[in-house]
Design a binder for this molecule. Structure first.
Ligand SMILES: *[C@@H]1O[C@H](CO)[C@@H](O)[C@H](O)[C@H]1NC(C)=O
Ligand SMILES: *[C@@H]1O[C@H](CO)[C@@H](O)[C@H](O)[C@H]1NC(C)=O
Ligand SMILES: *[C@@H]1O[C@H](CO)[C@@H](O)[C@H](O)[C@H]1NC(C)=O
Ligand SMILES: *[C@@H]1O[C@H](CO)[C@@H](O)[C@H](O)[C@H]1NC(C)=O
Length: 421
């Protein structure tokens, strides 16, 4: 059988990534040692497992992509002129005070100068802003709390990165490292897409900010993912990438890692899915289920959570990784890209709206709360997560925790089970 070209490329990529992950593993083990030494009395961690395989496709988050042999859905590119002519009202036309514009870049030219960029960050973190553009009902105290939360997340991440990835920011940023980052040029935003952490609604918001839709309500799920005409940062040249990383507001929204994992499992394996069942379900069932029925082997439907986790933790996975369960630390490179705003799914609407007001988004634009996938299924909560994890034994839970350990530490999520170490 002749290998399709994309498969050859994937094999090369896998080999490269394999080498990369060995280095990473070495580094993480180093890190583990350091952490153990630096936190006396606390039995901190085991190195996260090496991620020796990465699925080479780049599916749209929360979307069901075409089978690997078929073409990926086209990404529509357009020129910067297109973007400019599409524009909504610039922040200055929306009656915001200049003082609030200087906090985040807004649309002013000066924002791209280094000094101003630094100031912008400081101002954000110091919570030095007026309340005039707060959503109604938000007191100054509330905004201060949100700003302090930002400041403490930043401090933690900065310390983490300084200790464990020193010098990372001196390396040039590659296109691959910004492949999950979406660009919104009007409001000068960069959003790193984390699937299962509100990304569909973020894409809707970016579309409205860029003038491609008047309201988030009008945007169906598939359009948000496949017809969004949003540009990814990787589509620019080196200078375009560097300029935007330097002067735009970089946004990351995260989620409790086990909850995100359960949410991904429920979404992709518990309801019919024409991509994940054949591509992931079949090899998972065939590898991890004894006495699987022919039907299960054929359809790939009915993967259990435990089988899914066995696949995730297997260093020799029968099928690669996927962005829906890839750790945020590897999707969005937080130490390298130094996000200005770190929001959480746990306070998604509140923090997203806070950010939207800070960047001078149109007042009638608030963060939507559409539940895109399986609208009738209950949202994955911490109690649902506990229920799924109770299907695993202690060793499996520990290994899953190790797998997402970086995400737990970087973003200060607490241990989801008492018996983890
Ligand atoms: C928000 O306001 C803009 C113009 O100010 C308008 O075009 C748009 O339709 C409004 N959106 C909603 C959801 O009301
Ligand atoms: C699988 O099938 C064989 C033969 O029918 C049986 O002996 C064995 O117990 C089954 N294993 C499991 C795990 O069900
Ligand atoms: C937990 O399950 C794994 C299979 O995933 C098995 O190898 C291991 O022995 C089990 N551990 C315990 C403590 O039962
Ligand atoms: C991390 O979270 C805990 C509560 O879970 C809190 O007490 C602690 O101050 C946080 N640490 C940092 C550095 O934000």
């Amino acid at each position: 059988m002749k290998l399709p070209c994309s498969l050859c490329c994937s094999l090369w990529l896998l080999m490269l990534l394999g080498a990369g992950s060995l280095l990473l593993l070495a580094r993480l083990q180093d890190l583990t040692e350091t952490l153990r030494q630096q936190t006396p009395g606390v039995n901190v961690l085991v190195a996260p497992r090496s991620q020796s395989q990465t699925h080479s496709q780049q599916p749209a988050a929360d979307g069901d992509m075409a089978p690997p042999s078929g073409p990926l859905l086209p990404v529509q590119h357009h020129t910067e002129q297109d973007v400019a002519s599409d524009s909504t009202a610039a922040p200055s036309e929306l009656g915001l005070q200049p003082s609030s514009l200087s906090i985040f870049s807004g649309s002013s030219d000066v924002a791209s100068k280094p000094a101003v960029t630094k100031r912008r960050r400081k101002l954000l973190l110091k919570s030095n802003f007026a309340t005039s553009d707060a959503p109604t009902g938000w007191g100054k105290e509330h905004q201060l709390t949100l700003a302090r939360t930002q400041a403490s997340r930043h401090r933690l991440l900065r310390e983490f990165c300084a200790k464990y990835q020193p010098g990372v920011t001196e390396q040039p940023v590659s296109q691959r490292q910004v492949s999950r980052v979406y660009v919104e040029d009007q409001f000068r935003l960069l959003y790193c897409e984390v699937p299962k952490a509100g990304c569909s609604n973020w894409k809707r918001v970016l579309m409205v900010l860029g003038g491609r839709a008047t309201s988030t309500r009008d945007i169906p799920h598939d359009v948000a993912h496949y017809g969004n005409r949003l540009r990814r940062l990787e589509s620019y040249d080196q200078a375009g990438i560097a300029e935007r990383l330097h002067s735009y507001t970089k946004v990351l929204f995260i989620r409790e890692p086990f909850e995100r994992l359960v949410s991904a499992y429920r979404d992709k394996f518990e309801s019919p899915n024409s991509y994940y069942h054949p591509v992931f379900g079949r090899p998972i069932i065939s590898r991890y289920r004894t006495n699987a029925t022919r039907r299960a082997l054929h359809t790939g439907a009915g993967v259990t959570f435990r089988e899914f986790v066995q696949y995730l933790l297997d260093v020799r996975r029968p099928v690669g990784m996927d962005i829906h369960w890839e750790p945020v630390s590897q999707l969005c490179h937080p130490c390298l890209l130094k996000y200005d705003f770190i929001g959480t799914f746990e306070s998604l609407e509140e923090e997203a709206n806070f950010l939207l007001r800070r960047i001078g988004a149109p007042r009638n634009l608030t963060f939507p709360d559409f539940k895109d996938r399986n609208p009738h299924a209950e949202r994955t909560s911490s109690s649902i997560t506990q229920k799924y994890f109770s299907q695993l034994n202690a060793t499996e839970r520990q290994k899953a925790f190790d797998f997402y350990y970086m995400d737990y530490v970087m973003f200060n999520y607490s241990k989801p089970f008492k018996d983890l170490h």
